[in-house]
Design a protein around this ligand. Sequence first.
Ligand code: ADP
Ligand code: ASP
Ligand code: MG
Length: 254
Amino acid sequence: MALIVQKYGGSSVADTDSIKRVAKRIVETKRAGNDVAVVVSAMGDTTDDLIDQALSIDSNPPAREMDMLMTAGERISMSLLAMAIHAEGSQARSFTGSQAGFMTDAQFGTAHIKSVRPARVRKAMEEGCVAIAAGFQGVSEIGDATTLGRGGSDTSAVALAVALGADVCEIYTDVDGVFTADPRIVPTARRIPAIDYESILEMTSCGAKVLALRCVEYAQRFGMPLHVRSSFSHRSGTVIVPDGVDPRSLPNLA
Ligand code: ADP
Ligand code: ASP
Ligand code: MG
């Protein structure tokens, strides 16, 4: 039995049918005997739509209010996902960034995670539930909602995986893993089955948006194994493990 953190990006939960598909996959992982914590992004273009709404009202909206607004996107996806897991006959409990214990500084829009205190996430898993945390969001010392920067759910997932001592952090997206170039732009790009932290760090700092830069930095710092893969297939994707760890030792590979 393993402890697995699964992160589902906005492209994997774009509509309610996708949420049901993802719920099935989570329940499969749980029924295989694993403890599962999930980090979820906002559905599809929700975050962009919220930003557009804000800008149509105020061209220079207060940063605190922007973060309050943007955290709404992940609240929708996390609660719908919990319902979809319930409809599959399993139990799930969703948590906002604050409830899941993501403590951040007060830099609205680009907050840094200072610590993760996942007591409620852990308790939910001990009680047999899938724990679902909202990605991309946290809470400042004085209790304001904060966001981590665009694409920040990847970082939330790794930070939660580290805090829980997970065996692997799986990043589910809409492509089959990390490719030699963006497969949507370069049709001849090849999937990279395994890569080291340094090389993926270089790719993400050059703008490959398949993973957020800070997520990779965090994973490297704490030696957290990553598995980037598609939520639309069961193929294994790209594994990133510390030196000396056999990539084949990761749970839930295929
Ligand atoms: P999610 O909604 O799952 O967070 P993102 O859109 O943030 O997904 O990231 C996945 C996208 O990253 C892919 O659809 C792909 O177009 C793009 N991408 C850019 N560079 C790469 C790369 N080197 N390998 C794989 N995907 C890449
Ligand atoms: N929903 C946020 C964004 O669109 C966070 C994420 O998807 O990782 O940037
Ligand atoms: Mg992303």
